[in-house]
Write a protein that binds this ligand. Structure first.
Ligand code: SME
Length: 166
C-alpha cells in the first residue's frame, strides 16, 4: 500500500487519466472503508486535476443524495433525485457534462465561482451508490477525454469501496 502520490501532467489528458487511475489503485489498496476511500479519492483529484474548484462525492442514502468527503468550499448537503446536475445524473444513471452551469435548468450553485461541471454516477454492479461531482471556474472545462477519464476513474473506485459502511 502506498499513500505517496505525485503530480500528474495532463498535457496529454489520456496519459494523465491513466496515471490518475493507477495512483488511485495504489491509494485504495488494502482499505475498503467508504469515507476513508472517498476522502483520499477526493484529495487525489483536487490535487491532480488542473482548473477545478470543487470535487467530491454525494452518496445515495434513503433515496436522496447526501454530501460525502470533498475538497472545496462547503456544499449543499442533500440533493433530491432529479434535482440539479447531481440529482439528474443520478436519476438517469449517466454522466452529465455541463459546459455552462448558468444554462443548466435547476443547477444548484454551491460555489458561485463554478462555471462548468461534470457529474459521473457511481455504479457498483447494477447498484447506484452516488455520484462523483467536479466543478471548474472555467466555462467548458470538461471534454470527452475528461468524461472517459473520470468514468474510468469511477470504474476503478466503485469495486474498491464497501459502500454499506458509514
Ligand atoms: N452543482 C451541483 C450541486 C453540488 S455542488 O456543485 C458541489 C448540482 O447542480 O447538482
Amino acid at each position: 500500500m502506498t499513500h505517496a502520490t505525485s503530480a500528474i501532467d495532463f498535457g496529454d489528458k489520456r496519459r494523465g487519466y491513466d496515471e490518475l487511475a493507477r495512483q488511485l489503485e495504489g491509494l485504495l489498496s488494502g482499505e475498503r472503508h467508504r469515507v476513508a476511500n472517498s476522502a483520499n479519492m477526493a484529495a487525489l483529484l483536487f490535487r491532480s486535476l488542473p482548473d477545478i474548484n470543487w470535487v467530491g462525492c454525494y452518496f445515495l442514502e434513503d433515496g436522496e443524495l447526501i454530501v460525502g468527503p470533498f475538497q472545496g468550499k462547503p456544499a449543499c448537503v442533500r440533493i433530491a433525485m432529479g434535482k440539479g446536475v447531481c440529482g439528474t445524473a443520478a436519476q438517469r444513471r449517466e454522466t452529465f457534462v455541463v459546459p455552462d452551469v448558468a444554462a443548466f435548468p435547476g443547477h444548484i450553485a454551491c460555489d458561485e465561482a463554478s462555471r462548468s461541471e461534470i457529474v459521473v454516477p457511481i455504479l457498483q454492479g447494477g447498484t447506484l451508490r452516488g455520484v462523483l461531482d467536479v466543478d471548474s471556474p472555467e466555462r467548458d472545462r470538461f471534454d470527452d477525454q475528461d468524461r472517459a477519464g473520470l468514468e474510468e476513474f469511477v470504474r476503478v473506485l466503485a469495486p474498491r469501496v464497501d459502500w454499506e459502511t458509514l
